[in-house]
Design a protein around this ligand. Structure first.
Ligand code: COA
Length: 305
């Protein structure tokens, strides 16, 4: 796979490039840190071990992870080939101060794109300690499937114990499969909170504030809007579940926007993350499920009850 290797890759916020000798101080700040390397198959490293690793790193397979613009080196990642099986194994580590900001998901997605589109791999896999939520969530968010849990297969070097290990993988056929046009789709609907939307007017409370039923109805409208241009003639959708928190109040006259994002599609059942906000602050969030039905058939069944 040498011919198709690239020494630099890019995401919206990150530049992935070959590690350079000047990166040593940054690398050692996580390679030498027991907390940062707790679930790595190596480390914590001595200075010599990090220098040795950097010297033998392979361009196009090992990458330093730098913030675009500032150039700050915040981690490293790689894709390690198994040429005989047309497969590659991913690895990633970010300095602890830069975790939980979506960088892991961003670089994971790019490594997978690189592996399939440039290196022409058939399979990309990622093992991790079963307790390493950050790592397995990155795999899941990047579309990898959990394939196996290997009991006590991982020696946790810092805690000095055998722990379970998960294997995740994605196949080229999964990656290149036509995507459902609904996957990840979002839609928003905006209204001005009306007097008729207040808790007092709706009978869901006694105050003149925007009511929970009005917020839920707006969230449902946003979900309907999301589905609208994907429905076949005669199809519509019915809400079957909604669970939301109403976290802040607002007054009639406030602009309110509800947003729905498709999070899961299972046959005719579609799940959404829903949220609502004024122009200034969030007022609610939750989950919602709708089922796509044939409008006439559905009404015939209801009328026949
Ligand atoms: C694994 C790692 C690269 C993930 O990168 P990241 O930038 O923090 O990940 P993201 O911000 O994209 O977050 C992905 C998900 O993981 C979660 N997550 C990230 N770090 C976490 C942690 N330490 N504990 C629990 N969850 C964590 C995020 O909350 C997010 O969850 P969500 O999908 O429920 O919203 C990073 O945590 C890391 O460097 N860990 C130490 C090194 C390591 O263990 N490498 C993997 C060895 S197999």
């Amino acid at each position: 796979m040498d011919g198709s290797r690239k020494t630099t890759l890019e995401t919206a916020r990150l530049a992935l490039r070959a590690p350079a000798p000047d990166d040593y101080m940054a690398f050692q700040s996580w390679c030498g840190d027991p907390e940062n390397t707790r679930y790595m198959a190596w480390g914590p490293n001595t200075e010599e071990q990090t220098k040795e690793w950097m010297a033998q790193s392979k361009p196009g397979l090992d990458f330093a992870v730098a913030l675009k613009g500032a150039g700050t080196v915040i981690g490293s990642c790689g894709i390690y080939p198994d040429d005989a099986n047309h497969a590659g194994t991913l690895g990633w580590i970010l300095h602890k101060d830069y975790q939980r900001r979506g960088y892991g998901t961003e670089l994971g997605g790019e490594l997978i794109r690189y592996g399939f589109e440039d290196l022409k791999l058939a399979r990309i896999q990622a093992p991790c300690a079963a307790v390493n939520r950050g790592s397995y969530r990155v795999a899941e968010r990047c579309g990898m499937r959990r394939e196996a849990l290997r009991r006590k297969a991982f020696w946790a070097r810092v805690d000095k114990e055998w722990i379970d290990e998960l294997w995740y993988a994605i196949l080229a056929e999964d990656y290149f499969a036509p995507r459902d046009p609904l996957a990840g789709k979002t839609a928003s609907v905006s209204v001005i909170a009306a007097e008729a939307d207040t808790a007092k007017a709706r009978g869901s409370g006694s105050l003149d504030v925007y009511s929970t039923p009005a917020m839920l109805a707006l969230m449902e409208r946003a979900a309907c809007e999301c589905l609208a241009d994907t429905l076949a003639p005669g199809q519509t959708s019915v809400g079957i579940a909604i669970a939301a928190e109403h976290t802040a109040a607002c007054l009639p006259g406030a602009p309110v926007t509800a947003t729905a994002e498709v999070t899961r599609i299972s046959g005719r059942r579609v799940e959404f993350a829903v949220s609502a906000e004024t122009a200034e602050y969030a007022i609610g969030k939750g989950t919602h499920t709708r089922v796509i039905v044939d409008g006439e058939g559905f009404m015939a069944k209801v009328n026949g009850r």
